[in-house]
Design a protein around this ligand. Structure first.
Ligand SMILES: Cc1cc2nc3c(=O)[nH]c(=O)nc-3n(C[C@H](O)[C@H](O)[C@H](O)COP(=O)(O)OP(=O)(O)OC[C@H]3O[C@@H](n4cnc5c(N)ncnc54)[C@H](O)[C@@H]3O)c2cc1C
Length: 236
């Protein structure tokens, strides 16, 4: 299960966003909270870039960490498999097989096998006279994508809204969605003014840009139209 802690965030963010927005002409008469709501709702995102969040993310798979790295507008620090011995590594069981007894047993057996391979290969490298560093560097190629990794991730509020929009979507991988939901819960607590109404891109935009790729299990079907449906209405 994904673990996320909010390590640090910009304090006084509502005031800071409102102050920044006023530099470019938002009237003083609009209160701080109203200004922030308007900025988020109207997607005047640049002032949201002044607010940062740093998360400690652990017990995620290497597979998930690769997807996280796709979010370029963020700062990434991942646990090194070059400098850490990963003997007995923890791993993620892909959510859909968690309840399937036979498949789960197969998966657990595979992980035990990979653990043994990793440990044996590392020991054999040392036995053959290679240094610890060389053994670690080579043995990590035997780690599976399910292996646990740890991540420190810093992201600004604008890029975080973009991340949540993409990764709260039912098309995102289940492990990624679990992470996005955990992050959303944390930031709504500290900045409800920014994040309370933030959801998948369909929620944020008022129409779903997935169009024909929208999956049948999307909870907003019938409530939020696709972008093509809206464009069709506007065109007609
Ligand atoms: C369901 C799903 C499936 C996916 N499948 C794949 C896949 O098969 N293969 C794959 O490689 N990726 C895949 N991705 C990752 C996806 O393509 C994005 O790379 C990832 O979601 C990061 O989004 P982003 O670029 O908006 O975020 P960021 O990199 O954080 O960028 C934020 C925003 O900054 C702007 N920006 C950033 N860099 C540039 C740039 N170089 N030029 C112009 N504008 C820029 C864009 O407006 C961007 O939206 C998938 C994502 C999802 C949600």
């Amino acid at each position: 299960m994904v673990k996320v802690r909010l390590l640090k965030y910009t304090r006084g963010g509502v005031k800071l966003i409102a102050k920044s927005a006023r530099v470019s002409g938002i009237p003083e008469s609009l209160g701080d909270v109203e200004t922030v709501r308007m900025i988020v709702e109207n997607d005047y995102g640049s002032v949201l870039e002044h607010i940062y969040f740093t998360f400690d993310i652990s017990e995620i798979s290497v597979a998930l960490s690769r997807e996280l790295l796709e979010h370029r507008i963020a700062s990434h620090t991942a646990r090194s498999t070059r400098y850490n011995l990963e003997k007995g590594f923890g791993f993620v069981v892909p959510p859909p097989i968690g309840k399937h007894r036979k498949l789960k047993a197969f998966f657990l057996q595979a992980m035990r096998h990979y653990r043994r391979l990793y440990a044996d290969f590392y020991d054999k490298m040392l036995g053959a006279g290679f240094s610890r560093e060389e053994a670690l560097e080579a043995a990590r190629y035997l780690l599976p994508m399910a292996a646990h990794t740890r991540y420190v991730w810093t992201v600004n509020a604008r890029a975080l809204i973009n991340f949540l929009g993409l990764r709260l979507c039912v098309r995102a991988a289940p492990e990624m969605r679990e992470l996005a939901e955990a992050i959303r819960r944390l930031v709504v607590k500290v900045y409800p003014e920014i994040f309370k109404g933030v959801g998948c891109r369909g929620v944020n935009l008022g129409c779903c840009p997935e169009n024909e790729n929208r999956p049948s299990n999307c909870p907003y079907i019938g409530r939020i139209p696709t972008r093509k449906e809206v464009a069709g209405r506007a065109g007609g």
